[in-house]
Design a protein around this ligand. Structure first.
Ligand code: ADP
Length: 234
């Protein structure tokens, strides 16, 4: 049996009920994640995937249960403490990219480093390095409105990676892309996972997207009802 301390992320009996309407978005979910896994959280719209990702990243607090990240209980922390952990260890990727329209590509990617007080020149150097990795070195001075959807998502991936997080949470990263750009983004996530070894947890409603992951967790109505490791021939 695995010692629980070997897991990077542990979701323990987590529930989330929203507001006055008592929507039970997540119901008593328990999951363990090893460092370096590429996992898909798969299920239809409204089944609780985004809620789970937000709880795992400490953006939101559960109504019951705990989320342990690197043996620290995120649910017992102040917002300031979880913000600090996100700023150093967690990267987020969103369906609608969430780039700042008044900043250039380079400035968008530098921002997470600036927010944790890194030297400006170092921020730019690391941001340029990440933009080269995602193939956008010729777009550094463009604004988001001058980019294609695929380029916007690649910028967002560079931004999520720039502080070398150990955990990446991606919420429907291909949900707003055509299939060609969607495939490019999924291949990029795969190569990031093999090259830098961050854990990647990707919410998706698409079986095709989920197939890029090594493990597929199926969610329905706020409950986990399947958790399969893909067989590998290697
Ligand atoms: P998914 O990401 O799978 O589409 P969500 O986690 O966004 O699912 O939503 C799960 C359920 O929780 C849905 O019924 C949704 O309407 C509800 N929900 C999500 N966010 C809120 C909120 N802030 N207030 C009230 N209900 C919410």
């Amino acid at each position: 049996m695995s010692d629980s301390s070997t897991f990077q992320l542990r979701v323990v009996g987590v529930s989330k009920t929203y507001g006055d309407h008592h929507v039970n978005a997540v119901k008593d979910v328990s999951l363990n994640f090893q460092a370096g896994e590429f996992v898909a959280l798969m299920g239809p719209s409204g089944c609780g995937k985004s809620t789970l990702l937000n709880l795992m990243g400490g953006i939101d607090k559960p109504t019951g249960g705990q989320v342990w990240f690197d043996e620290q209980d995120l649910t017992a922390m102040s917002d300031e403490q979880t913000t600090k952990i996100r700023g150093t260890k967690i990267g987020f990727i969103f369906q609608f990219f969430n780039l700042l329209s008044t900043l250039t590509v380079l400035e968008n990617v530098s921002l997470p480093l600036e927010l944790v007080g890194k030297d400006e020149r170092e921020c730019r150097r690391l941001a340029n390095e990440m933009l080269l990795l995602v193939g956008l070195e010729k777009r550094v001075d463009f604004y988001p409105s001058q980019l294609s959807g695929g380029e916007m998502q690649r910028t967002a991936i560079a931004r999520a990676l720039v502080h070398r997080p150990t955990l990446i949470l991606a919420d429907e990263p291909t949900g707003n892309l055509d299939s060609e750009n969607g495939t490019a983004v999924l291949e990029l996530l795969r190569s990031v996972n093999s090259e830098f070894k961050p854990t990647i947890i990707m919410a998706t409603h698409s079986q095709d997207a989920a197939n890029y992951a090594d493990r597929i967790i199926e969610v329905r109505d706020g409950v986990v009802f399947g958790d399969k490791q893909k067989c590998s021939l290697n």
